[in-house]
Design a protein around this ligand. Structure first.
Ligand SMILES: Cc1cc2nc3c(=O)[nH]c(=O)nc-3n(C[C@H](O)[C@H](O)[C@H](O)COP(=O)(O)OP(=O)(O)OC[C@H]3O[C@@H](n4cnc5c(N)ncnc54)[C@H](O)[C@@H]3O)c2cc1C
Length: 429
């Protein structure tokens, strides 16, 4: 679980999000033995969302987080609140059929609304802002944007438009893109403060959240027992929401996802940042190894991208990220990377999430494939529904067929590297 520059012996660099956290969530370490209706492993968006839903239904809940709430992908990501699944609707229809693909789309739209509702209902100070552009780097992407507008219209979403020339430059000050598509549903936010806000809301609803409490063993049964260094939890049901960080706690789950590193920099606050994205929209391009970026509330550019399949961050990471950023915004030639950080994304083979039952009373959700800021919140909700006897919506996700990466981690990495090299090559064409 190493991916900070600090792990290379470089100066510790907390993420921009850590440096600007503004939600005072206090969580103890578990010390002693506890019995609850539902236990949750993992204090990211999935786990905190499930805790909030379950406590709201009157159940006793213990959430166990190995580090701090929001320490995983949920507190480190690009902050882009996206509808849909990473796999895309056309491929999803081929995987699950048209009816389930439509149900999954509708739930993904609910996922986006749920973020906004929760931010408002719990007054979460996370700089939530609507507005998003998908950017075409090459002619093939332009056609994909045109097709996407039609696909969205067929799903009942109006308002998406492809912009070029001066209309595009009114929204983004770059010559890198051939066209952009406005997304009427997507938004962006400060993901750590959002996750901490969900945690605080879950606490207020009665859930008990424990940090610095790694679960080291799970004993199955009608009453499940979880072991942690200083205590145990007995529970009627268990939700596993450890994302890419679950490691080998439940080895059978690990083969279905590949933990992949991806990275973000934050520039210093600059007066010229606002004019780069005058409508404060978040942006991602359509390359396979994509660039994603947005303004921060305090006038920085947060720029993400790059992938690595090693547990270590790439060398000279900040310089590489600055070079990517300057390809989009050469105007930022003298900008510095004041913060550089990364996190692990849990990718499935086909990029559709992986939900399932490991036992009648043990549910899991993982594999959001870089598309979980909105979807993980919905995952927590449908897991809570399933744990309280309404499994219909959870089962739509659980019906998505899954395939293991062949050969365990030793072979997963070369296979994915091969696939990524192919897509990187396509990015150049
Ligand atoms: C750099 C980066 C950029 C991204 N950008 C975007 C984006 O812009 N938009 C988007 O939609 N998605 C994005 N994602 C993906 C998104 O962040 C994730 O899909 C989502 O946060 C997953 O949430 P989660 O709660 O399932 O997992 P996490 O947030 O990873 O939480 C899992 C938690 O489980 C804990 N845990 C693991 N094992 C144990 C154990 N044994 N005991 C106790 N606790 C344990 C971990 O410590 C961790 O805190 C990005 C991810 C990264 C890393």
């Amino acid at each position: 679980m190493r991916f900070d520059p600090a792990d290379r012996g470089e100066k510790p660099a907390p993420s921009y999000y850590e440096a600007t956290r503004n939600v005072a969530l206090v969580t103890p370490r578990l010390d002693g033995d506890l019995a609850v209706d539902v236990a949750i492993i993992g204090g990211g968006i999935t786990g905190c969302s499930a805790a909030l839903e379950l406590a709201g239904r009157g159940l006793s809940v213990a959430l166990l987080e190995a580090r701090d709430i929001g320490w995983g992908a949920s507190g480190r990501n690009g902050g882009q609140v996206l509808p849909g699944l990473a796999v895309g609707q056309a491929k999803l229809s081929r995987l699950v059929g048209a009816d389930d693909a439509r149900r999954l789309w509708d739930m993904s739209v609910e996922a986006v609304s749920l973020v906004e509702q929760r931010v408002q209902a719990h007054a979460i100070p996370c700089d939530y802002h609507k507005g998003y552009l998908h950017a075409a780097v090459k002619p093939r992407h332009e056609r994909e944007l045109e097709e996407e507008v039609e696909a969205l219209a067929a799903l009942g979403v109006s308002g998406a438009r492809v912009l070029r020339g001066p209309e595009m430059r009114d929204r983004i000050a770059t010559d890198r893109y051939r066209a952009v598509m406005t997304d009427p549903l997507a938004a962006h936010l400060h993901p750590l403060n959002y996750t901490l806000g969900l945690g605080l809301a879950a606490q207020a609803a009665g859930a008990r959240l424990f940090s610095r409490t790694p679960v080291t063993a799970i004993e199955e049964g009608q009453v499940i027992r979880l072991r942690t260094p200083r205590g145990t939890v007995s529970a009627g049901s268990l939700l596993l929401s450890g994302g890419a960080y679950l490691g080998r706690l439940w080895p059978q789950m690990a083969g279905y996802v590949m933990p992949v590193g991806t990275y973000v920099i934050a520039t210093e606050p600059r007066p010229d940042i606002a004019s780069l994205l005058p409508m404060n929209e978040a942006v991602a391009d359509l390359n396979f190894v994509l660039d994603y970026f947005r303004r921060s509330a305090d006038g920085r550019l947060l720029f993400g991208g790059g992938v690595s399949y090693s547990a270590m961050p790439p060398p000279r990471l900040a310089g590489k990220m600055l070079a990517r950023m300057r390809k989009v915004f050469p105007q930022l030639g003298d900008a510095r990377a004041e913060f550089t950080w990364g996190g692990l994304v849990d990718i499935t083979r086909h990029r559709a999430p992986h939900f399932g039952r490991l036992a009648p009373n043990i549910l899991m959700a993982q594999g959001f494939s870089g598309h979980g800021v909105a979807l993980a919140g919905l995952a927590g909700r449908v897991m809570a529904e399933a744990a309280t006897g309404q499994a219909g919506r959870f089962d739509v996700f659980a019906r998505i067929p899954q395939a293991r990466f062949p050969g365990g981690r030793a072979l997963r990495v070369p296979a994915l590297l091969l696939a990524t090299s192919y897509y990187r090559m396509r990015d150049l064409l």
